[in-house]
Ligand binder design. Structure first.
Ligand SMILES: C[S@@+](CC[C@H](N)C(=O)[O-])C[C@H]1O[C@@H](n2cnc3c(N)ncnc32)[C@H](O)[C@@H]1O
Length: 236
């Protein structure tokens, strides 16, 4: 699905959000407090909009953008930067060693990931202890009035606009569906805390139509004695 919409994905985003998505990604990048030489990871990087924001933050560091859509990565690679590297991979099985990165981000993607707890654990694994993971995602406003208004737009208008501009009506019918089973913002904060993050907080954007979740990676614990093969059984 993402391969099909890659060519017009950025344009469709601009139209559907009236350009606000750019400001939200900038805000997400600003949540990472890292040095200019930090090693950062942008998960589900798509066409690289947030990856490039991160690259500006770390002129002496490096940003790795990961996505499993070849077509999305092809669009991202049209705007290369010397401190960005794109890798094709599944975020549920990241091809990086433990504690490789100082910080990580993900934008508008966690709704699409089939196993959110596993994804969070995988992000926490590749982060150094204390490193931050910033997740920017569409959310469900807590105010009933705002929720009704936002749902009318997201379920009624977005699929039509996306279909017209993005060129694939089915993909943009899926977009609002992906929000239905996605956890409410407070539940997502708890998921962070139960899956590799020592602390997590949430900042609602635009009254909660989107949210920034920021988690701090917990120190990694050594595998328990029980899980480790004993000397005797390892030798046998
Ligand atoms: C809605 S786009 C968001 C792209 C970009 N982060 C942005 O801010 O515009 C979702 C992206 O997540 C990618 N994606 C979804 N599930 C993935 C997974 N399990 N592993 C890697 N990429 C995934 C898709 O290929 C797509 O590029």
């Amino acid at each position: 699905m993402f391969d099909k919409i890659a060519g017009r994905y950025d344009l469709a985003n601009t139209v559907m959000t009236a350009g606000v998505d750019v400001l939200w990604r900038r805000r997400a990048a600003a949540c990472l407090t890292v040095g200019a030489d930090a090693q950062l990871l942008d998960l589900c990087c798509g066409t690289g909009a947030l990856t490039r924001e991160l690259a500006r933050k770390v002129p002496r560091g490096r940003v790795v953008g990961v996505d499993f859509s070849e077509a999305m990565l092809a669009v991202a690679n049209r705007r290369p930067r010397n401190n960005i590297e794109y890798r094709r991979a599944d975020v549920l099985d990241l091809p990086f060693p433990d504690e490789r990165f100082d910080g990580a981000t993900m934008a508008f993607s966690l709704r699409n990931v089939v196993d959110i707890p596993r994804c969070l654990r995988e992000v926490a694994r590749v982060l150094k202890a204390g490193g931050a993971f910033v997740n920017l995602e569409v959310s469900k406003p807590q105010s009933p009035l705002l929720r009704r208004g936002f749902f009318a737009y997201f379920f009624g208008v977005v699929p039509r606009l996306g279909g017209m501009v993005g060129g694939d009506a089915a993909a943009y019918r899926y977009l609002p569906q992906s929000l239905i089973n996605f956890p409410e913002a407070p539940a997502l904060t708890e998921l962070f805390k139960n899956n590799g993050f020592a602390a997590a907080s949430c900042v609602p954007l635009f009254g909660g139509v989107a949210a920034l979740h920021v988690g701090t990676a917990a120190p990694r614990t050594a595998p328990s004695q029980a899980a480790r093969p004993s000397q005797a059984s390892a030798a046998s």
